[in-house]
Ligand binder design. Sequence first.
Ligand code: FAD
Length: 286
Amino acid sequence: MESQKKFSPAFSFELFPPQTPQGIEKLKLTRQQLAQFNPKFFSVTFGAGGSTRERTLETVLEIQAEGHIVAPHLSCIGSTQQNILEILEKYYQAGIRHIVALRGDLPSGMAQAGEFRYASELVAFIRQEYGNAFHIEVAAYPEYHPQARSAQTDFENFKHKIDMGASSAITQYFYNADAYFNFVESCESAGLNIPIVPGIMPINKFSQLVRFSDTCGAEIPRWIRRKLEGYSDDAASIQAFGLDVVTQLCERLLQAGAPGLHFYTLNSANLTSMIWQRLDLKSNPN
Ligand code: FAD
C-alpha cells in the first residue's frame, strides 16, 4: 500500500441518471445533501449501448451548472467510434475534463454490434482523439471480473488499460479489505503508478445487495450474509449492521493508505452521509 500514500485523497459520489420527474427532483436533493461534503467529483453512470445517453448528458450538465466537478461514465460496448466521438465532443465543449471509461454490459438480447470490445480500446481511442485533455478513470476488480478467465489474465487486462493511458482507477465494491490490499500490491509489483480508489457500497436492502453482487462478482462474506439473512425484514437492524460493517471497512482502507473513497450512492444521500460523518472525513481540498 506504500505507493498509494503519495496520492492526495479523493472522495467522490456516484449517481445514476433518473428516469422520472420525481427521480430528477430526488436527485437534486441528494446532490444538495452530498455537496456539503465538497466531493472531488460526482460521477454519473451511462447505460451500455447508449441506453441512457441523453439522460446521462442532461444530468452531467445540470451538475456542472451547479458548480461541481462531474465525471461522466462512458461505456463503449455496442457503440461506434462515431457515437463515442459525438459524446466526447459534447463533454469537451462543455468544459468537462474527467471521464470514467468502461466497457459496459449489454442488456441480454441486445446485439453485440459495435466497434469496441474492451475498455482498453476506449481509453486508447480517447487518448488518440483528445491527447491528455481528459483525466481517464477505469474500473478495477480486486475480486476479479466475473468473466475473467483467470485472476492473472484479468490483472494483465487491467494493466493494459493503464498502459493505454488511464490516469486512475475506481474499484468494484467489496467487503473484504484484503482483496483490495492484495490487488494494490500486484499493481505495485507491476510498477503501476496510479491511484486505485476503493468503491464503497453502503448496505441498505439485503435482496438488492445479493442481486447486485451476483451480477458483478462482488463477494458478500459468509458472516455478513448470515447476519443480514438473520435480520429478515428488520430494515433498521440491517441498516445499523450495514453502517458498522461499511464504516469499519472504510476506516481500515483509509488507515492503510487508500487514496480516497468512491461511494455508490444509488441516488440516496442518507447512508453515504452517515458513513461520512462517522468517519469524520474532511472535505477534499479545493
Ligand atoms: P474491461 O476492462 O474491458 O474488462 C471486461 C472483461 O474483459 C474482463 O473480464 C477483462 O479481463 C476482459 N478483457 C479485457 N481486455 C481483454 C482482452 N484484450 N482480451 C480478452 N479479455 C479481455 N457499466 C455500465 O454499463 N455503465 C456504467 O456507468 C458503469 N460504471 C461502472 C463504474 C465502476 C467504478 C465499475 C467498477 C463498474 C462500472 N460498470 C458500469 C460496470 C462495467 O461496465 C462492467 O463491470 C463490465 O462488465 C466491465 O467493464 P470494464 O470497463 O471493467 O471492462
